[in-house]
Design a protein around this ligand. Structure first.
Ligand SMILES: Nc1ncnc2c1ncn2[C@@H]1O[C@H](COP(=O)(O)OP(=O)(O)O)[C@@H](O)[C@H]1O
Ligand SMILES: [Mg+2]
Length: 217
């Protein structure tokens, strides 16, 4: 499903190149959930951004199914994000001017992949039925993240990428939201790569890897 090979990335800071990723190898199989941990500043978000095609690596290869992400131009990477990837961030990133219902369908409509039955199932499983007319500012953090997960999974992506998705939630809400995400990921059969600080949450996924000194072990 996802195969990252020899990925490197440096940032220029105060006139010096600082190597953040020094040859990352990482694979996520179809239907597999993987937790990525590592110290703050170790490059976890950088790695997710590269996989999502939000930035370009210096060298190495990223393959998603039959596509070489690292070989695409900006337009190709935007298309890949739209059609193949689901993204969830710590800050929820819902569109404030859209209702929950409109936030939910936003991604799948843009991708031309709206599926009414799957949409209804997402609403049901995520417990969003009574919240559809509300706006993001009228929701709790846990409710907002449930909407964000629904939006990301609505187009049935090949891979769900989540960067500390429960980082702004209290422990009980984090457990509940992640359990929903795991169930839905299992239901779609997509891959799931999640950055988390929490060893407890990481342990609930299929496999745990750590980013340290620029490589994944
Ligand atoms: N756009 C950028 N420009 C310069 N340095 C950056 C940029 N993005 C991240 N960095 C640096 O790269 C390192 C890794 O950052 P990041 O991937 O956000 O780490 P993590 O998500 O593991 O906390 C940090 O030292 C950070 O300061
Ligand atoms: Mg980060």
């Amino acid at each position: 499903m996802l195969r990252v090979t020899g990925l490197t990335k440096s940032y220029r800071s105060a006139g010096e190149d600082v190597a953040v990723l020094r040859g990352v190898d990482l694979a996520v199989a179809k239907g597999e959930s993987v937790a990525l941990s590592g110290e703050s500043g170790s490059g976890k978000s950088t790695l997710l951004h590269l996989i999502a095609g939000l930035d370009a690596a210096d060298s190495g290869e990223i393959r998603l199914a039959d596509v070489t992400v690292s070989g695409l131009n900006d337009a190709g990477r935007a298309e890949l994000r739209r059609d193949r990837l689901g993204l969830v961030f710590q800050q929820f990133n819902l569109i404030p001017s859209l209702s929950v219902a409109d936030n939910l369908v936003f991604q799948s409509r843009i991708a031309g992949r709206h599926d009414a039955a799957w949409h209804d199932e997402l609403v049901e499983r995520l417990g969003l039925k009574s919240l559809l007319k509300r706006y993001p500012e009228q929701l709790s953090g846990g409710q907002q993240q449930r909407v964000a997960i629904g939006r990301a999974l609505a187009p049935k992506p090949l891979l769900l990428l989540a960067d500390e998705p429960t980082g702004n939630l209290d422990e009980d809400t984090a457990d509940e939201v992640l359990a929903l995400a795991r169930d839905l990921v299992a239901r779609t059969g997509c891959g799931f790569l999640m950055v988390t600080h929490s060893a407890r949450l990481a342990a609930t996924l299929d496999r745990q890897v750590t980013l340290h000194a620029g490589i994944v072990a």
